[in-house]
Design a protein around this ligand. Structure first.
Ligand code: PEP
Ligand code: MG
Length: 569
């Protein structure tokens, strides 16, 4: 009998076909004690060398078969593998706690991955899965277990699994893959990222019961809605086939036109830029047709290390990324840590409500040298670029002024030291705290632009912790309360002839585009993979019609009502 299951959308598209349930070999570790710590340590070093060779081979495979950004996943795995903190923990467990090597790896990796899971940012939380993947690889190397893909069928299948690691995902023969469905993982897990890069539909967090699923059962997997239908009726199959045809045709035409500008039917040109977090993302952004960067999250340089990167190290890292973008817009967000995304080299204390705590610009008030160093590095690396700098988590006009004063201080210092720096730098703030949106008409006087961060703006407006799955359904950016704050922000900036961008996930959702365009949003920034689809969507809209849509939506009373109306449109 047909059964429908609802998970989360991880990669759009429709797949129809037989399933194959992936059940990786279970690993059993004995009681874990040893009397020969030195021998266990040598076993660990050998396993690390084997794991390193495997990861290098996977990096090559990913580079040839998928792309440079995906190869970076395995380069990052090598970094986790060689991480001195992790190795130090393992050594301590072997030499002091007398654990054998597999037990020491298991314990250390769990502790390390757990620390990532505590972080506020979904991206970093999901890196816990990568750390566990590296740990499982090390344990397999220690126990001499091969990755068992021998039973992979010789026909195209939809893979269903409790969870998939990036290594699993890359090792499956890609010509036999129709789509993925996992019980665990979020939309920013690497499996989801890989599925998107492969252009395969994927659903995550789907409550399927693997014990009752038979290989070869036919399913419809709708990656866009996050729905899977097991054993569908003939009618559902026919309908899904039509949807699949339409999706394939739309994908083809969006990709073919990815490098053309996004111009509405009535001639309005819309700036489409990308959110990036590292060098590989910058390359991917250009490949997918982004016209620049609308959010460069700089945290990658600061996390997972024991001390703060100095100005020179930051300068070199930023310069490499800025060079990829050339003269295209490059909007950088200064360090956004604090709350529960902490680093060891600044004095963090336990907080009851970390999201309402010491975070973003608030932390810089106590550590201005941190922001000043970063600003100096950015200005130096940005010489010759269209550099835009913004600060996160601003709640008041004072904080916006504070950021600007530090930027000016950095500019003056560099000038007096005779160092080259970016010219005509635009300064802005993220609008992600409701008070900043409410005060936008006053704050606009001290900035050149706003960029709306709907991920946090939604959490703070609706009092919905963005990391709490239990209340996640209550926090939608389609809620008219959030839309009203977006409207206030845009109106306040336009009244002073300044521009507004959006770098929250909302800007990359085709369903939101008509409303945002109608409200007058000037710049849309999104994950690189969303660029072709959003550009295509804008080309089918008229800015004048979108104004009417936005006005209608502003009168509605709930997120559901807004969504239903937009879906009908
Ligand atoms: C946001 O809050 O919308 C945003 C883009 O920032 P982050 O997701 O990094 O908090
Ligand atoms: Mg944010």
């Amino acid at each position: 009998m047909s059964k429908t299951i609802k998970g989360l959308s991880a990669s759009p598209g429709v797949a129809i076909g037989p399933i194959w349930v992936y059940r990786p070999a279970e690993i059993f570790i004995d009681d874990g004690q040893t009397k020969q710590p030195e021998e266990e340590w040598i076993l660990f070093l050998d396993a690390t060398a084997t794991a390193r060779r495997q990861l290098q081979a996977l990096e090559e495979k990913a580079r040839h078969e998928i792309g440079p950004a995906e190869a970076e996943i395995f380069a990052a795995h090598q970094m986790f593998l060689e991480d001195p903190d992790l190795q130090g923990m393992i050594e301590g467990l072997i030499r002091e706690e007398m654990l054998n090597a597999p037990a020491a790896v298991q314990n250390a990796v769990e502790g390390y991955a757990g620390a990532f899971e505590e972080m506020d940012d979904a991206y970093f939380r999901e890196r816990a899965a990568d750390i566990r993947d590296v740990g499982a690889r090390l344990i397999r190397c220690l126990l001499g277990i091969d990755h068992d893909l021998n039973s992979f069928p010789d026909r195209p299948v939809i893979i269903v699994a409790e969870d998939l690691t990036p290594s699993d995902t890359v090792q499956f023969p890609k010509e036999q893959l129709l789509g993925f469905c996992t019980m665990r993982g979020g939309p920013t897990s690497h499996t989801a990222i890989l599925a998107r890069s492969l252009g395969l539909p994927a659903v995550v967090s789907a409550p399927v019961d693997l014990d009752f699923l038979q290989d070869d059962t036919t399913v419809i997997l709708d990656g866009g809605s996050g729905q899977i239908v097991i054993d569908p009726s003939k009618g559902s199959l026919a309908e899904a086939e039509k949807m699949q045809e339409a999706w394939l045709a739309a994908e083809k035409s969006a990709l073919a036109a990815a490098h053309d500008p996004a111009i509405t039917l009535d001639g309005q040109v819309v700036e489409i830029v990308a959110n990036i977090g590292n060098l590989a993302d910058a390359h991917e952004a250009l490949e997918k047709g982004a016209e620049g960067v609308g959010l460069f999250r700089t945290e990658f340089l600061f996390l997972e290390r024991a001390d703060m990167p100095d100005e020179e190290e930051q300068y070199l890292a930023y310069r490499d990324i800025f060079q990829v973008m050339g003269e295209r817009p490059m909007l950088v967000r200064t360090l956004d840590i604090g709350g529960d995304k902490s680093v060891s080299y600044i004095g963090f204390e336990e907080e009851q409500n970390p999201f309402l705590g010491w975070r973003g610009i608030r932390m810089m008030d106590d550590h201005p040298h941190l922001l000043l160093t970063q600003l100096r590095a950015l200005l130096r690396a940005g010489a010759g670029c269209d550099l835009r700098i913004m600060v996160p988590m601003v709640a008041t006009k004072n904080e916006a002024e504070f950021g600007r004063s530090l930027l000016e201080k950095a500019q003056t210092q560099l000038r007096s030291e005779g160092l080259k720096q970016a010219q005509q730098v635009q300064y802005g703030i993220m609008i992600e705290v409701p008070s900043a949106a409410l005060m936008a008409a006053q704050i606009i006087d001290v900035v050149d632009f706003f960029s709306i961060g709907t991920n946090d703006l939604t959490q703070y407006t609706l009092a919905v912790d963005r990391t709490n799955e239990r209340v996640a359904h209550l926090g939608s950016p389609f809620d008219p309360a959030v839309l009203k704050l977006i409207q206030m922000t845009i109106d306040a900036a336009h009244a002073k002839n300044k521009w507004v961008g959006m770098c929250g996930e909302f800007a990359g959702q085709p369903l939101a585009v008509p409303v945002l365009l109608g409200l007058g949003l000037d710049e849309f920034s999104m994950a690189p993979t969303a660029v072709p689809g959003v550009k295509e969507c804008i080309r089918r809209l008229s800015a004048a019609d979108c104004k009417v849509v936005a006005e209608k939506v502003m009168e509605m009373g709930s997120a559901d009502e807004v969504r239903a109306y937009l879906e009908k449109q």
